[in-house]
Design a protein around this ligand. Structure first.
Ligand code: ATP
Length: 740
């Protein structure tokens, strides 16, 4: 992998489109390209452009205050640019295993309105894609691939943790760390989504079971309809049969009694005529006549009272029959409404119990509400029906009946007395009026038997009235519940015949009707809602399963990445450490330097106790110890400026040897070196240029001497940077100047 081309347009001092081509020195060496030119001409802006196109976000590293500072701001002669664009072309000649593209072209563009774009091979991409791709290519984005002025020293001045980050990147751990970071982000997102899905499941579950119950009932409808029809046919047919049997029976009794009464009354009329004729022949005394009249009056009074008694009796029976009609204290509608209400309260309770932050007080309040409503409902159900009270037999009727009974009793007493007097008188007149008396006795007897027949007829009429009442209420029940059966009632009665306990079918029929009415109250859209809710529930359930699987998978990936990072970090640390010690000794001609792993600090638990870090915890940072030859100091802070620069170069050189980056941009890192060390530095770069491509911004002749290509940067008259290829002779001159 190497950098082939860099195109800049509108970036900092590069107002117009500028192209820099880079190529390997030959087939064996990547080579060194030098960038030279006067101060302020824009050399470092090239290093900034490479850093920027690789996705750098730090304005400090990019030497600006705001992102707009990356766009050419204009000069006296040239107006400002509307956007900045940098394109970097990398050639993937090493056929890196993770990247299967022969060429990688990364573009970054920024407009003045703040709109920013990335492209990979001319296709829109995200910053994360660029970061990962470059990490996979082994290009250290933030740290050692582009090393700017003062940055070398920054590695030494950095804290152990920052330094570790630098070394981790140099060790090629960045792709693993990025993958780990992505996996942790995914893990967090999956956990959040899992919690959301589980919460939704808990919320949906009670609604789903309520809908399921309703749908089950809807499914029962056909069966219940069939049962209702069958029950209705049996019940109404059987009842009609029973009512008609009783009515016919009562009618027969009435007819028979009336016929008998009529015959007896006819006989009595004949006897009366006979008796009147006899009386004319043997006129009775005035006293006897008085007794006989009294007896007649008593008979009339008794007949009138009996008639009244029969009428009253019939009304009482009718009212009693009406009063015994079954009535519910509550309407069916209100029973259904109450039961549905209780179900809703139970659903609410279920949800409250299943909530993650279940509130005990709220649950108690809900249970109390349901308990109170239930008590009230039960009480109402047990109350006698208000209609039943009003249908009790009118007490005035009963009083009337009682008074007639006592009057009849009194008349009976009076009749006995008068009869006794007549009997006494008869005894006295015996013989004289024997035949007359015999006729009169027969007359009385006939009248009495007629009265009894009349009484039987009245009783039968009462019975009939009772069954007629039953019939009326039966017919109104039929009209209300099964009007379709009206036409075929006689047929049904015939089919049912004499059913024992037909009235007992009624409670079952009521139950079936209630169930059907309940089903009728279920919204027809319930089935659809149930299907949708079930589908959603199953979807969420699958999602929960998938998320659990994904979380498990991510946990494993993170553990594996942790292990890879740990092993690689440990290995590269040892390689780096020995390379650093070796290069330090070479550069300084002796002395000693090493890297030291800083263990993580113990943590403090909730009770304030110190908890030591786990035995396999990775180091928290890396320290550097460097002692130049003949000195005792170990602290880096005590090194001279040149010594620091050399130590940094030893460190960077060690990194380059451990994990060679495809290219490295060095921006005046040799500025602080004396002539001798400049030469040493140039030699190191020369050696590394076998595997690593160098782009070096420098004023140092020794460094220029090592370059195979030189670019000169100047500030043009219009106020923008211009690139010139330095002529080969000039390069040679520089080389000879550097060697002399
Ligand atoms: P030196 O050799 O002194 O380090 P250099 O050649 O590296 O100099 P740079 O640091 O690359 O120079 O360029 C700095 C110049 O770029 C400054 O003069 C600065 O004003 C100019 N500059 C920076 N940003 C912009 C911009 N957005 N528009 C125009 N000019 C800019």
């Amino acid at each position: 992998m190497y950098l082939r081309r860099l195109e800049l347009q509108g970036f900092k001092t590069f107002a117009t489109k500028t192209v820099l081509e880079f190529a390997p020195e030959d087939s064996k060496r990547r080579g060194i390209t030098g960038v030279v030119g006067p101060n302020g001409s824009g050399k470092s802006n090239i290093a900034d452009a490479i850093r920027w196109v690789m996705g750098e976000q730090s304005m400090k590293l990019l030497r600006g205050k705001k992102s707009e500072d990356m766009i050419f701001s204009g000069s006296e002669k040239k107006s400002r640019s509307g956007f900045a664009e940098v394109t970097m072309t990398l050639v993937n000649d090493a056929k890196h295993s993770e990247i299967d593209m022969p060429e990688i072209v990364v573009t970054r563009r920024l407009y003045r309105d703040g709109k920013s774009e990335f492209e990979i091979n001319r296709r829109a991409a995200k910053l994360g894609d660029v970061t990962l791709l470059l990490a996979q290519a082994g290009i250290g984005q933030r740290t050692y691939s582009v090393i700017g002025q003062g940055m070398v020293d920054a590695v030494l001045s950095a804290g152990p943790a920052e330094r570790k980050e630098f070394f981790d990147e140099a060790a090629g751990l960045r792709p693993y760390q990025l993958k780990r970071h992505q996996s942790i982000t995914k893990l967090q997102t999956s956990r959040e989504r899992l919690a959301q899905a589980e919460a939704l499941l808990r919320e949906i579950a009670p609604r789903l079971s309520s809908l399921q119950r309703q749908v089950k009932r809807l499914e029962q409808r056909d069966e219940l309809e069939k049962e209702k029809q069958e029950l209705e046919e049996r019940y109404f047919g059987g009842m009609w049969h029973e009512i008609w049997a009783h009515l016919t029976n009562a009618q027969t009794k009435v007819d028979q009694a009336r016929t008998q009464e009529k015959e007896l009354l006819d006989q009595a009329a004949k006897l009366e005529t006979e008796f009147a004729a006899m009386e004319q022949a043997v006129p009775p005394s005035k006293a006897f006549e008085g007794l006989r009249q009294q007896l007649d009056t008593i008979a009339e009074e008794r007949a009138a009272l009996r008639e009244e008694q029969a009428k009253l009796q019939a009304r009482v029976e009718m009212e009693k029959a009406q009063a015994t009609q079954p009535k519910s204290p509550l309407s069916l509608g209100s029973i259904i409404q109450t039961v549905e209400g209780t179900q809703q309260q139970l659903d609410e309770l279920w949800m409250a119990v299943n909530k993650e932050d279940a509130n005990l007080e709220r649950i108690k309040a809900l249970i109390h509400k349901i308990h109170t409503a239930h008590q009230e409902f039960t009480k109402k159900l047990q109350e006698p029906a208000p209609e039943a009270k009003s249908k009790e037999v009118d007490p005035k009727l009963l009083q009337g009946l009682e008074s007639i009974t006592s009057k009849l009793k009194a008349i009976g007493e009076r009749s006995k007395v008068v009869q006794q007097e007549i009997d006494d008188w008869d005894k006295k007149e015996a013989g004289k009026r024997t035949h007359l008396f015999e006729t009169q006795r027969k007359l009385n007897e006939t009248r009495e038997t007629a009265r009894q027949a009349e009484h039987r007829a009245s009783q039968a009429a009462v019975e009939m009235a009772r069954w007629e009442t039953k019939r009326d209420s039966f017919l109104s029940e039929l009209k209300t519940y099964a009007p379709q059966l009206e036409a075929e009632l006689n047929h049904l009665a015939q089919r049912a015949g004499d059913v024992q306990g037909v009235a007992e079918l009624q409670p079952r029929l009521h139950r079936v009707r209630s169930q059907l009415e309940w089903i009728g109250n279920i919204d027809p859209a319930t089935q659809k809602e149930y299907e949708e809710t079930k589908e959603r529930f199953e979807f969420l359930n699958n999602q929960v399963e998938d998320l659990r699987g994904a979380i498990q998978g991510l946990d494993t990936v993170i553990k594996e990445l942790d292990e890879t990072i740990r092993v690689r970090s440990e290995e590269s640390f040892h390689t780096l450490n020995s390379a650093f010690s070796k290069t330090f000794k070479t550069l300084f001609g002796g002395g000693e330097a090493k890297l030291i792993q800083v263990p993580p600090e113990p943590t403090v638990d909730e009770e304030g106790n110190l908890v030591p870090p786990p035995a396999d915890a990775p180091p928290a940072g890396i320290d550097i110890q460097a002692t130049p030859p003949g000195k005792r100091l170990k602290a880096i802070a005590l090194l001279s400026g040149g010594e620091r620069a050399l130590t940094s170069i030893a460190l960077i050189s060690a990194i380059m040897a451990t994990n060679p980056s495809p290219f490295i941009v060095l921006d005046e890192v040799d500025a602080a070196l004396d002539e001798l060390n400049s030469r040493k530095f140039a030699e190191i770069i020369h050696d590394h240029a076998v595997n690593t491509q160098f782009i070096i911004v420098t004023h140092n002749r020794a460094t220029m001497h090592q370059c195979s290509v030189l670019y000169g940067v100047t500030m043009g008259e219009e106020g923008g940077s211009k690139i010139l290829s330095v002529k080969l002779e000039e390069l040679e001159k520089l080389r000879s100047a550097a060697t002399s």
